[in-house]
Design a protein around this ligand. Structure first.
Ligand code: AP5
Length: 183
């Protein structure tokens, strides 16, 4: 299984990835988690990323592409992976395609979790992570619209894009995702 779970902040990418990991035994690769770990560890990369994350802006493509390249080369990705929160820009999507083509392991499906913006804001305010204040949430949504949404067309043209209704209970949404998985 080599899939991208795609969606705006708070659409449930992390929540649904956990269920896929438990059922299919492939790792979840979340650039947000990797970046938060780097910030917590106080690495040079973490120091560079922190301001962008606090503001809800994208961390630079070079940084996240480098992180993903390293992570995809680890042995636990041999049977596949779930990408969560990556790619988020056209440059990242093109770099990913190139990287996976070199490995002979292209992405099979991109699953878009669609959730109303007001529901997203409510979910994230309820969660309360460091970047879950209303101003930053609204900026993250704007950044998604401007920089990430163009990937829908990119993957549609590759015939890999599926939209899934991300409203409802976690289990209802999970059932829809399973229906959308590649055979
Ligand atoms: P990242 O960590 O990727 O955050 P995000 O995309 O904003 O996503 P979230 O973790 O907020 O949401 P999610 O879709 O995973 O939803 P979740 O399951 O947690 O990125 C953070 C920052 O890092 C970015 O702003 C950027 O600065 C940087 N970054 C990361 N990747 C990058 C990249 N590729 N390029 C550049 N910069 C990058 O659910 C959210 C909440 O809702 C939870 O509390 C959950 O319990 C709840 N919930 C889930 N499902 C449901 C449901 N069905 N009903 C009710 N509540 C639900």
């Amino acid at each position: 299984m080599r899939i991208v779970l795609f969606g705006a902040p708070g659409t449930g990418k992390g929540t649904q990835s956990e269920k896929l990991v438990a059922e299919f035994g492939v790792p979840q690769i979340s650039t947000g988690d990797l970046l938060r770990q780097a910030v917590a560890d106080g690495t040079e990369l973490g120091k560079r990323a922190k301001a962008a994350m606090d503001a809800g802006e994208l961390v630079s493509d070079d940084v996240v592409i480098g992180m993903i390249r390293e992570r995809l080369n680890e042995p636990d990705t041999g049977n596949g992976f779930i990408l969560d929160g990556f790619p988020r820009s056209l440059t990242q999507a093109e770099a990913l395609d190139e990287l996976l083509a070199d490995m002979g392991r292209p992405i099979q499906a991109v699953i878009h979790l669609e959730v109303d913006n007001e529901e997203i804001v409510q979910r994230l305010l309820d969660r309360g992570r460091a970047d879950d204040n209303e101003d930053t949430i609204r900026n993250r949504l704007q950044v998604f619209q401007n920089q990430t949404q163009p990937l829908i067309e990119y993957y549609r043209q590759q015939g890999k894009f599926t939209a899934v209704d991300g409203m409802g209970t976690v289990d209802e949404i999970y059932a829809r995702i399973k229906d959308a998985l590649p055979a």
